[in-house]
Ligand binder design. Structure first.
Ligand SMILES: Cc1cc2nc3c(=O)[nH]c(=O)nc-3n(C[C@H](O)[C@H](O)[C@H](O)COP(=O)(O)OP(=O)(O)OC[C@H]3O[C@@H](n4cnc5c(N)ncnc54)[C@H](O)[C@@H]3O)c2cc1C
Length: 400
């Protein structure tokens, strides 16, 4: 990359200031000074939800069209097929301590935080046959080396939302009751001098809605299949060229947490592309879940396998790290993000050169989403881009 992540984050601080957000990401400087507008928001992920929530607060008339039957998009807590109310994250899980915008909304909705990493028992470092037990600091030190100081260099202070990450999008959605149309898959976005029009399919029937402004948070991986006569050729090229990364996760439910008797906390890592988490360490037992988090490089290989092969391969791999796993295994589940019809990948960055073209509004159409933010692959990115668009709409209301 021509510019480091650290440099980009620094620049993002300028972008945030330019968007009229105060230091905590709150809409400190925005006051309703424009007439109420009819706004259609495409996607009920974090970007769409925060934009809707703040626009409604400012008095605008908002409708969200969402293809799925739930809010949250890539924030998705898996509660099935696990027993005893156990859960694990398919997408967003960790909140670094300096993600002020995410933390602001966690606080606003009175959600409870708890540490992401356990502070007791040992983790395991494994690499091509080698296996070493290390204190949890060894794990978080490895994280620090991976991410540097950019995300706050103390992963031991990273948190998670008690009860599951999906409580955050659900809290937004509760505040937007009646304004989200689920099962509505957008197929066309167009505009003229007077209005924007969005065509979508709901229950097999094609429908059209019009609005003063449209906020498009659909990931570019999906957007590239949507008819976009209202968007410039250059932007369409970027949408088509943006490459989404693969991430896969495999979950293994066990009868009990036998690893704890051996002084292990269920976390493990390699220097490569796989981490092992035990999301249940802070949930009631006796059952547990061990899960792998395979990053780009390894994730593509796992995605190519059939579901039962993914589980069998992971069971074999983790049995060599947590001896006895096979005998305690009850059931497995997997999530591969490139297969997800409404995400087609885990995350993407449009590139520093194309960032401003990709994220800038075109007439009545505004663009948001983690891919159009300085915090790519984080909820904070999606939230900050949604807030940027709120400011854009306030400004465009005066001019369009
Ligand atoms: C594996 C993984 C791990 C992650 N880990 C973390 C983490 O630990 N911490 C963290 O902060 N962040 C994490 N993230 C990132 C975070 O989840 C995302 O940055 C954020 O949720 C993206 O929000 P978004 O609104 O930009 O996109 P999305 O959540 O994808 O929302 C877009 C919405 O548009 C909808 N949509 C798509 N196509 C259509 C259509 N045609 N019509 C209508 N609606 C449509 C989708 O269904 C979706 O709901 C992780 C993500 C992944 C995938």
């Amino acid at each position: 990359m021509a510019i480091t992540r650290r440099q980009f984050l620094r620049r993002s601080a300028i972008a945030v200031a330019g968007a009229g957000l105060d230091a905590t990401g709150a809409l400190g400087t925005i006051v309703l000074r424009s007439p109420a507008r009819k706004v259609l928001i495409l996607g009920a992920g974090m970007a769409g939800l925060v934009a809707a929530y703040e626009l409604v607060k400012l008095g605008h008339d908002v409708t969200i069209l969402e293809a799925r039957t739930r809010p949250g998009g890539r924030v998705h807590t898996l509660r099935e097929p696990f027993a005893d109310g156990l859960y694990a994250e398919a997408g967003a899980a960790r909140i670094p301590e300096n993600h002020e915008i995410t933390l602001k909304y966690v606080k606003e909705f009175a959600l409870e935080l708890e540490p992401f990493y356990p502070r007791s028992l040992n983790a395991v470092r494994f690499d091509r046959g080698s296996r070493e037990e290390v204190p949890i600091e060894g794990y978080t030190d490895a994280m620090t080396k991976t991410f540097g100081g950019e995300l706050g260099d103390r992963p031991e202070r990273w948190s998670k939302i008690k009860g599951g990450s999906d409580l955050l999008p659900k809290a937004f959605a509760d505040k937007l009751a009646g304004k989200i149309q689920y099962g509505a898959a957008v197929v066309k976005i167009e505009q003229d001098a007077n209005q924007a029009r969005v065509v979508f399919v709901s229950s097999g029937r094609q429908q059209t809605l019009t609005a003063d402004s449209v906020v498009c948070t659909i990931p570019f991986s999906v957007l590239r299949k949507i008819d976009l006569p209202g968007v410039s050729g250059r932007k369409r090229e970027i949408i088509k060229a943006t490459r989404y990364e693969a991430v896969s996760r495999v979950y293994l439910q066990t009868k009990n947490r036998f690893w704890e008797d051996r002084g292990l906390n269920g976390f493990a890592f390699t220097s490569g592309a796989i981490e092992v988490w035990q999301p249940t360490w802070s949930q009631p037992g006796p059952r547990g879940i061990l899960m792998t988090y395979a990053r780009p490089g390894e994730a593509e290989r796992i995605t190519k396998l059939k579901e039962n092969e993914r589980i069998a391969t992971t069971l074999k791999q983790l049995d060599s790290i947590f001896d006895g796993l096979r005998g305690n295994f009850e059931l497995g589940a997997t999530k591969c993000w490139t297969e997800d019809e409404w995400a087609r990948g885990a995350w993407a960055f449009v590139g520093f050169g194309d960032f401003f073209t990709a994220s800038s509004r075109e007439g009545r159409i505004h663009f948001a989403g983690e891919h159009l933010s300085p915090w790519v692959s984080w909820m904070q990115g999606a939230l900050s881009s949604g807030l940027r668009v709120v400011k854009e709409i306030e400004e465009s209301a005066k001019t369009v």
